[in-house]
Design a protein around this ligand. Structure first.
Ligand SMILES: Nc1ncnc2c1ncn2[C@@H]1O[C@H](COP(=O)(O)OP(=O)(O)O)[C@@H](O)[C@H]1O
Ligand SMILES: [Mg+2]
Length: 261
């Protein structure tokens, strides 16, 4: 659903300026980031910023480069031109592990939980870089408060859970690293509508706790209804960006991505 039928013709939007906070620190910044798969250029001079505490969504049709953007932030795809900063520190030369140590966590496309491991083991893996046992237990309790089902199924193998439960487990695992920023790739993929609402409600709760969220979503309506801001990618370029409320009412956006709303 929501594949762009026609090109959204708009000039790349300027980066958001926080009014009156010229020096507001940035949690994540992509500065003119270009990436390639072999000789094929995918992202082209992408500029994005996430401020601490924000929930930002990344929209766009199929193959527009959304997953590649998240993979680039994580260091799975290399920046070929441009710069990437986390908390003001340049990280595009760092390994994925070094970036995770600096506060990134991911809920990958199609969940990717460990199917042969139990719920408890999956959650513990999320905390593998940590040694603060008491705080880990606290975070585990926080995860159970968000997803009581996980607490009831600690011994169950991840692979035997339903799609929605696996999505909860993937989110729980990401939270177990006590991240500053969670990257989520299409959390609603393949879930029943009721479950999609539930997942987004929980994403909102997580964000309200102060954890920043960068979420890729095909369902632009639901993502924009809870995000602070959004970016729209088209063939690897940012063609629109702005406050979520403005994007929801943007005419080009409505035609291309929001359907008949
Ligand atoms: N590992 C890869 N090797 C080569 N091309 C890739 C690879 N992954 C993605 N692509 C291509 O990069 C483009 C962007 O893909 P992707 O970031 O997955 O888009 P989206 O998540 O927006 O659907 C697509 O044309 C896709 O075919
Ligand atoms: Mg994708």
């Amino acid at each position: 659903m929501s594949v762009a039928p026609s090109r959204v013709v708009v000039r790349p939007a300027p980066e958001p300026r926080a009014a009156g906070h010229k020096e507001r620190p940035k949690l994540l910044e992509l500065r003119d980031v270009t990436t390639h798969y072999g000789p094929i250029r995918v992202l082209h001079k992408v500029n994005m910023t996430i401020y601490p505490g924000e929930m930002v969504c990344l929209l766009g049709g199929n193959a527009s480069g959304k997953s590649t953007t998240l993979k680039t932030i994580l260091g799975i795809v290399r920046v070929s031109e441009g710069e990437l900063y986390l908390n003001g520190e340049r990280v595009d030369g760092m390994s994925t592990a070094e970036r995770i140590e600096r506060g990134l966590a991911v809920v990958p496309e199609n969940r990717r939980i460990f199917p042969k491991m139990t719920v408890r083991e999956n959650l513990e893996l999320g905390a593998y870089l940590r040694h603060d046992r008491a705080a880990i237990r606290e975070d585990m309790d926080y995860v159970f408060s968000l997803f009581p089902r996980l607490g009831e199924r600690l011994g169950q193998l991840g692979g035997t859970m339903s799609g929605g439960e696996q999505q909860m487990l993937a989110m729980g695992r990401a939270l177990m690293s006590r991240p500053k920023l969670i990257l989520m790739d299409e959390p609603s993929m393949g879930l029943a509508p009721l479950f999609v609402e539930k997942i987004f409600e929980i994403i909102k709760q997580v964000n309200e706790r102060g954890i920043s969220v960068f979420v890729v979503e095909q369902n632009a309506n639901i993502a924009l209804s809870i995000a602070d801001r959004g970016y729209v990618l088209q063939t690897g370029e940012v063609v629109l960006s702005g406050p979520a409320r403005e994007l929801l009412h943007n005419e080009a956006m409505k035609r291309a991505y929001l359907g008949d709303v």
